[in-house]
Design a protein around this ligand. Structure first.
Ligand code: NAD
Length: 347
């Protein structure tokens, strides 16, 4: 029987993976702590490691796993910016779940937009306190406004469809434009500059890469419309948080909905309610009435968790049974020249 060790495993992981594992019969060990150099040696004797978005898969940790004969890491997520692909190349295969529910993430982006616009988070508290005043709750019609979507992959495309349903004009930017889809969906691809200066709402859906790191910075913020709403359900590192704070202070940004934060791995997914928050940047974000932070929950629907569990275990089954690497992420294929990328083989 193959043995899999899970890091950063929460009770909901147990529930959905145990259910999916009824069809596989693997021996699963759930470790609540995040993978780190300290606990990586506990992977000794297992056939696979299963990791999540904030597990440490840097070169030193990967070296420990390799020394302990781990040959495959199954990421139970889509993003893989926490994996040092260069250092694992040729040593440990890495597979992931490229698509589990683009609807979950796109719908959460819409939830952030709607809450920030109509201030339902404030109204909820007010009415419970018998405060029925409407002052400060004024929103705007989405109908007729312009949304700018950066990254039109699976999630960006679903979001575009929902926003079109609201009657919005949708602009998009993508490094690899999907022109057929855009024509059918009534979406206009534009250059980033144009997207920044025309959009009333900007939503980020591209991956975090060296190229996209801090793409939202002082300079790009200065090109946006005054009062723009910024939504990030992708990765925290896309936004230089201090620049965002400055833009909130000088009213350039009208509202920010953040499901991800560049330093989230210290806090997100854990209950810190009884502790002192030592991250002053995160603490500053909480002082703005027009900032809504959720703790990386955009993916968190029943459908998504079911798909994540099934695909993760199917990825491992394919590897264990015949060495097939479904949904592999490999260093070479992240390079544009790789022919397998065009076939959608592993990127
Ligand atoms: P995807 O791979 O289907 O789409 C990403 C798109 O970004 C592609 O169209 C790609 O061409 C484009 N892109 C790549 N580099 C770009 C650049 N420099 N500028 C503009 N566009 C660029 O991915 P997806 O499934 O739509 O997911 C998007 C991101 O959402 C993931 O990378 C992940 O970080 C994040 N995500 C977050 C959650 C969450 O719970 N908050 C859940 C899943 C995914």
């Amino acid at each position: 029987m193959k043995r899999i060790i899970f890091f950063d495993a929460k009770p909901y992981d147990h529930e959905f993976f145990d259910a999916a594992n009824r069809r596989h019969g693997y021996e699963i060990k759930y470790i609540p702590n995040r993978l780190s150099a300290d606990n990586a040696p506990s992977a000794a004797g297992y056939d696979a490691v299963c990791a999540f978005v904030n597990d440490d898969l840097s070169a030193p940790v990967a070296a420990i796993l390799h020394r302990n004969n781990i040959r495959i890491i199954a990421m139970r997520c889509a993003g893989y910016n926490n994996v040092d692909l260069n250092s694992v190349f040729g040593k440990i295969h890495v597979v992931r779940v490229p698509a589990y529910s683009p609807y979950a993430v796109a719908e959460h982006a819409v939830a952030l937009i709607m809450a920030l616009n109509r201030k339902t988070h404030k109204a909820y508290n007010r009415t419970r306190d018998s405060n029925f005043s409407l002052s400060g709750l004024l929103g705007f019609d989405l109908h007729g406004k312009t949304a700018g979507i950066i990254g039109t992959g699976r999630i960006g495309q679903v979001l575009a469809g929902i926003l079109k349903g609201f009657g919005m004009r949708v602009l998009a930017f993508d490094r690899f434009p999907k022109t057929d889809w855009a024509a059918g969906a009534g979406v206009e691809y534009v250059e980033l500059d144009e997207l920044y200066c025309q959009s009333d709402i900007i939503s980020l859906h591209c991956p975090l890469t060296p190229e996209t790191k801090y793409m939202i910075n002082e300079e790009s913020l200065s090109r946006m419309k005054d009062g723009v709403m910024l939504i990030n359900t992708s990765r925290g590192g896309l936004i230089q948080t201090q620049a965002l704070i400055d833009a909130l202070k000088n009213l350039k940004i009208g509202a920010a909905g953040l499901d991800v934060y560049e330093e989230e791995d210290g806090y997100f997914f854990e209950d810190w309610s009884g502790e002192v928050l030592t991250d002053d940047v995160l603490a500053r974000l909480f002082t703005f009435p027009n900032v809504l932070v959720t703790a990386h929950q955009a993916f968190f629907t029943r459908e998504a968790l079911r798909n994540i569990a099934e695909t993760t275990l199917a990825n491992l089954e394919a590897f264990f049974q015949n060495g097939r690497l479904d949904n592999e992420i490999c260093y070479r294929c992240t390079k544009e020249a790789c022919p397998r990328k065009k076939e959608g083989a592993c990127f």
